[in-house]
Design a protein around this ligand. Structure first.
Ligand code: AMP
Length: 421
């Protein structure tokens, strides 16, 4: 037997309904905010992700890199934003859309240690708004992520926001943090020791107890923010409050990627059975990415949800998003003659837009009945040979338990009439 690749999973037929439901839900919700879908390739030239300025673990250690037969360096995308920005720049979307509001749904790949809520192939959906740094775009983004979760009737979550400051504030803070942490260098966890040189900000979201202890007296980003940056963040918080969004400010929230500045946010699950990977969605503003990828100097803001984690949260809160699927008709037959006739009637019913199935295994009457009920069938269509000879068929309405024998030609009009009762 050949097994699935470590860190991957199959979506089996009994689970695919929730994926389909979510994909439709996202499309409808995001389109109502005037975001349009963009679909980019799952692999890109490696240098799109491996930029000098990007030193995050995700990009430096976790990407799937390979050479194709033409000796090109390619990378399976570890996240959605870089590819969307590449496409935005390459297709000059800025020439036609002063403000591009895009959403995407698709798989990403990271060579991480698999655990609950963490896979090597996982589905993300998210948005990018490119072309303005207006504070209301930040609010719209955060609000849309918040509504995505609320609209699914989830209750056990917390929205957390932070302001990393503009470029200068961030750099000054980074310097101060380094100076504070450097004397503790030998006491930091191995990961954080490495981060101290590369990006001391990342130490702030370390889960290690020793690191957390050291961080207790660390300087706060709040002391390094320019007045303009503080002002901007205050305006964002003010509108969120007016919209009655329940949020918390956490000055240690930094997010995994190095390209973020100004506003960052996460929605984390607060369900106690969720496991250690609690972020349902993460996002923030990026000011240099579009330029770095070769485009104009434009600011962007976006977020990405992990679909597996969202589904896990829905399961843990026992939320029922939709009724179990049903089919309109299930045919019960008794021999080769009635089976063939059932097949022909069924083709006609399907052409008319009804959903239907029949038994191909020549099962017993009882087994066919059981299968029909298991499929949540509304009408059982029973084809007895004697009845068929006089063009008749028996219909059992599983909703009302009533049974009727009608003429074969009346099936569609009968079903149509009864279905809406
Ligand atoms: P990131 O792109 O790292 O900012 O992550 C955004 C969201 O994607 C997270 O909040 C998770 O919900 C999801 N995510 C990131 N990495 C993984 C992974 N390896 N497996 C499953 N979901 C992930």
């Amino acid at each position: 037997m050949i097994n699935k690749v470590k860190g991957t999973y199959d979506v089996l037929p009994n689970e695919s309904k929730i994926w389909q439901y979510l994909e439709n839900y996202i499309k409808k919700l995001y389109e109502s905010y005037n975001y349009n879908e963009i679909r980019t390739p799952i692999f890109e030239y490696s240098n799109l992700f491996h930029r000098d300025s990007e030193g995050s673990d995700m990009v430096t250690k976790e990407t799937y890199n390979f050479k194709d037969k033409g000796n090109r360096d390619l990378t399976l995308r570890p996240e959605g934003t870089a590819g969307v920005i590449r496409s935005y720049v390459e297709n000059k979307l800025y020439a036609t859309n002063q403000l591009a509001k895009l959403f995407y749904i698709g798989p990403n790949f990271r060579y991480e240690r698999p655990q609950k809520g963490r896979f090597r192939q996982f589905m993300q959906f998210g948005v990018e708004v490119i072309g303005s740094s207006d504070y209301l775009i930040d609010v719209e983004n955060i609000y849309l992520a918040y509504q995505t979760v609320k609209g699914l009737k989830l209750k056990e979550f917390q929205l957390v926001i932070n302001n990393l400051g503009d470029k200068v504030s961030k750099e000054n803070y980074q310097k101060a943090l380094f100076e504070y942490l450097n004397p503790f260098k030998d006491k930091l966890s191995p990961d954080s020791k490495e981060r101290l040189i590369k990006n001391p900000l990342r130490i702030l979201d370390s889960k290690s107890k020793e690191d957390q202890e050291i961080l207790k007296d660390a300087p706060s980003i709040n002391d390094y923010l320019s007045d303009e940056s503080k002002n901007n963040f205050n305006k964002i918080k003010d509108v969120l409050e007016k919209l009655k969004v329940d949020f918390k400010v956490d000055d240690k929230l930094v997010r995994g990627l190095d390209y973020y500045s100004d506003t960052v946010f996460e929605i984390i699950s607060t369900n106690k059975n969720f496991g250690s990977q609690t972020a349902l969605v993460g996002g923030g503003r990026y000011n240099n990415l579009v330029k770095e990828v070769g485009g104009p100097d434009l600011s962007g803001m976006g977020f990405a949800f992990g679909m597996e984690r969202l589904i896990e949260a829905i399961h843990l809160e026992n939320i029922k998003l939709f009724e179990e699927p049903t089919i309109d008709a299930y045919f019960i037959h008794f021999n080769e003659v009635t089976k063939k006739e059932a097949f022909i009637i069924q083709a006609n019913l399907r052409d008319e837009g009804f959903s239907s199935d029949l038994n191909y295994l020549n099962s017993s009457f009882k087994a066919q009945l059981k299968e029909g009920l298991r499929l949540n069938t509304r009408f059982l269509l029973i084809l007895g040979e004697d009845e068929l000879k006089v063009n008749q068929i028996t219909i059992k309405d599983t909703k009302t338990s009533s049974q009727k024998t009608i003429n074969k030609d009346e099936i569609t009009s009968y079903l149509r009439g009864e279905k809406h009762v």
